[in-house]
Write a protein that binds this ligand. Structure first.
Ligand SMILES: *Cc1c(COP(=O)(O)O)cnc(C)c1O
Length: 456
């Protein structure tokens, strides 16, 4: 079969039988999906033979890039030895024990214990049950409300989508579930109005204190946040935001949960985003980069403060997944962590790749469509606006972003659109030449987008 035929056949059967996540099925049936066939390093090839630079590392996860045979061999070795066994009812196996030990060394502070899940969403569901059980155990069952932020992304299960602050997700099927309250996000470009970033950082941090005081500290269990919001649009908080939030949390008796599903494992140039911002989380949820996406895996890191009362007084924790601590996923994650460590990839990202990327990314600021080109670590966002001088948005929000995204794909670059922000989060192993290529393709796509916008 030639490429064209094969593609049409796959597209036909895809639209007939495969229901996609985060996809408008009617639109998809008109156009047919782009079928990805293989990948190597930071590049993807589709079924028609087009090569794409993967500026999103899959979905923020393929941090080591594609085709690392060590990870494949680790899976194969483990599957031959013990492909699966559970960790319920007082059993264990070496891969989950070794991975837990490695993570205890990597995570900051006394986050010493790890509950494993199959995904980031399941990690956040687990977190929610852990924090409520924690306060129950301490005799404070009314400390139940969890604070989160508008436009946060914490996953797609019922609890995780409720913790998240995505309006479109809440609008479908009656979310959020009770006892979750959302506060303002530190998104200065969109919501800062006439305030300086510092004033706005202070105001959005203060919203946390105000909400705790409004609800009563005795009703609030925890605050959950991503160190840097990813899916919300790579939202880098003003510099004073985290120090102020840290102060507010320290003065009040609530738990702080860092959702490090994206920021963990080197994305911000340290093993965890909490280290970049010097946060002291009581719990961390993680997934994605833990296994570079080669196999699904998530985890919750639990501090001694949370663990001790649970161990002493809670009895059995009635929670777990068939694949909690899956040995093959654990073996692949360990190999991923070994490579990150031995090849000093996190250090290289911090000392070399990030400075190079930041400089290159910021050159896009001069483009007529770009109102702001911001980045932190190896994550970047471009705010597309009709008028560079103001932070005003295009009328039909999301349309220009989608146009730009499609033009990027036509020009061999995967860049994601969040409304009218374009975002990237490339594999951590991206080289300087590949960063230059990413920027060149982005600029070309922006030029073509501008032409189309003017035409309209
Ligand atoms: C992707 C993501 C999740 C959800 O992870 P899944 O593995 O898709 O369930 C949770 N939190 C953040 C910050 C994420 O980016």
């Amino acid at each position: 079969m030639n490429n064209k035929h094969e593609t049409i056949d796959l597209q036909y059967r895809d639209t007939a039988h495969h229901w996609h996540p985060f996809t408008d099925t009617r639109k998809l049936s008109v156009k047919g999906p782009r079928v990805i066939k293989k990948a190597k390093g930071i590049y993807l090839w589709d079924s028609e033979g087009n090569r794409l630079l993967d500026g999103m590392a899959g979905l923020w996860c393929v941090n080591l890039g594609y085709g690392r045979s060590e990870l494949i061999d680790a899976a194969s070795r483990q599957m031959k030895e013990l492909p699966y066994y559970n960790t319920f009812f007082q059993t264990s196996h070496a891969p989950v024990i070794e991975l837990s030990t490695m993570l205890a060394h990597l995570t900051p502070g006394d986050l010493n214990r790890f509950f494993f899940t199959g995904s980031g969403s399941e990690a956040n569901d687990t977190v929610m049950r852990l924090v409520r059980t924690y306060w129950d155990t301490l005799g404070k069952p009314e400390k139940k409300t969890i604070l989160a932020r508008h436009n946060a992304y914490h996953g797609s299960t019922v609890a995780a989508a409720s913790l998240g602050g995505m309006q479109a997700m809440h609008a479908q099927s009656g979310l959020p579930i009770p006892d979750i309250v959302h506060i303002a996000q530190p998104y200065w470009f969109d919501e800062g109005g006439d305030l300086s970033p510092e004033e706005f950082g202070f105001r959005t941090a203060t919203a946390l204190a105000d909400e705790i005081d409004r609800l009563g500290e005795n009703k609030v269990a925890a605050f959950i946040a991503e160190p840097v919001q990813g899916a919300g649009g790579v939202i880098v908080p003003p510099e004073n935001y985290w120090p102020e939030v840290k102060r507010i949390c320290a003065e009040r008796d609530i738990l702080f949960i860092a959702d490090e599903v994206i920021c963990g494992f080197g994305r911000l140039g340290r093993w965890f985003g909490s280290q970049t911002y010097d946060l002291k989380p009581d719990l961390i949820s993680m997934a994605k980069g833990i296994s570079s996406g080669y196999l699904p895996l998530g985890a919750v890191a639990i501090s001694e403060k949370v663990a001790q009362p649970l161990i002493e007084r809670a009895g059995e924790f009635f929670h777990g997944y068939t694949y909690s601590g899956h040995p093959t996923c654990a073996a692949v994650a360990m190999e991923n962590l070994r490579i990150l460590h031995e090849e000093r990839i996190v250090e290289r990202v911090r000392e070399h790749t990030v400075p190079y990327f930041q400089k290159a990314w910021s050159t896009l600021t001069d483009h007529p469509l770009v109102g702001e080109a911001r980045s932190i670590g190896l994550m970047g966002a471009l705010e597309l606006v009709p008028d560079k001088a103001s932070r005003k948005r295009f009328d039909n929000i999301g349309q220009v972003g989608e146009t730009c995204r499609d033009l990027c794909l036509d020009n061999g670059l995967v860049m994601r659109a969040v409304r009218d922000s374009m975002i990237v989060s490339p594999p951590l192993v991206i080289t300087d030449e590949q960063i230059d290529e990413l920027i060149e393709r982005a600029r070309k796509s922006l030029d073509l987008t501008l032409k189309k916008v003017k035409h309209r």
